[in-house]
Design a protein around this ligand. Structure first.
Ligand SMILES: C[S@@+](CC[C@H](N)C(=O)[O-])C[C@H]1O[C@@H](n2cnc3c(N)ncnc32)[C@H](O)[C@@H]1O
Length: 283
């Protein structure tokens, strides 16, 4: 498929001393944009939480279903913050299957994720509809203005804003809550916020202990992780109107539209996904 899948490709200023969430997630999803340190870390996580790969897959499937929902509601422009290394079901690919006019700006703060996204878009994207930026979701004003400055997003028309599996890498509640509130304010009416987040709220004790071990493990990475309650995750949507079925375990979010087997694997035990997700409309 070209250079972007070459595991030997190393962008400048990459931190290879410590494992990183973007590259570990890529490993869990079966990608090649990861290094030995990330793979060892991923295997350690799998040893603690044997469902780790299924959890990642299930989150990714939620992202796809949520994007399709937005496109069906008329959304034609997406801002995907914490977009990750390109993998199966990238937002622009999912969206343009339903509407070939859709535009997408990807944002991530990890150099490998950004470099691989650039290479994917160089080879297979359309510069008039797709862009990727290296940026931090906490730098709200700059991230938003750079995304708009690409010329791909019209800030006066509804946007699909995605923050999927990224806010658990912002452990400070106030920092995370304030940043998301500012994005909610910036979005024009008719926009959708799509969000998923790791949680152990109400999961069986054995699973909770497994997750605690993984949270401890992530403290040794460049991207410590935190878990939030159902209430904490729901609060990110502010006064937006949550679409049915609200904030749920990701396999439960409109599972009938699923394309892969992961939600079916967790159909009898959705909380095993340990990721809550929801989609909400700004009236
Ligand atoms: C688990 S991956 C999720 C990728 C994709 N959104 C998905 O759900 O399939 C989390 C991504 O968030 C990125 N990330 C973490 N903290 C971030 C921040 N403060 N600003 C931007 N991106 C961040 C990581 O680099 C990583 O690529």
């Amino acid at each position: 498929m070209g250079e972007w899948t070459d595991p030997k490709f190393v962008p400048k200023d990459i931190d290879l001393e410590r494992p990183n969430a973007a590259r570990v997630y890529d490993y869990l999803l079966g990608g090649t944009a990861n290094w030995a340190i990330d793979r060892q870390f991923g295997e350690l996580a799998i040893a603690k939480v044997p469902m780790a790969r299924t959890m990642a897959r299930t989150n990714r499937d939620f992202l796809g279903r949520a994007v399709r929902h937005c496109v069906r509601q008329g959304i034609t422009q997406f801002l995907d913050i914490g977009s990750g290394v390109p993998t199966v079901g990238n937002v622009h690919e999912v969206a343009e299957k339903l509407d070939p006019r859709t535009r997408c700006v990807y944002v991530d703060n990890e150099p490998v994720a950004v470099a691989h996204s650039e290479m994917l878009l160089d080879s297979y994207g359309d510069p008039e509809r797709h862009a990727v930026l290296r940026g931090d979701l906490l730098d709200v004003r700059r991230t938003w203005s750079r995304a708009v400055d690409t010329g791909l997003l019209d800030p006066d028309r509804p946007v699909g804003l995605l923050m999927v599996a990224v806010l658990h890498f912002v452990p400070d509640d106030e920092q995370a809550g304030n940043a998301v509130a500012r994005y909610r304010d910036l979005l024009p009416s008719g926009s959708y916020l799509v969000l998923s987040h790791a949680s152990d709220d109400g999961v069986p004790a054995e699973q909770q202990s497994q997750l605690e071990l993984v949270v401890e493990q992530y403290k040794r990475s460049s991207t410590p992780v935190c878990l939030r309650t159902h209430r904490g995750c729901t609060s990110f949507f502010g006064d937006f109107d949550l679409v049915d079925p609200g904030v749920t375990w990701v396999p439960e979010w409109r599972p009938d539209e699923a394309e892969s087997q992961a939600p079916a694997l967790l159909a009898d035990n959705p909380s095993a996904a340990c990721v809550l997700g929801g989609v909400a409309l700004k009236e």
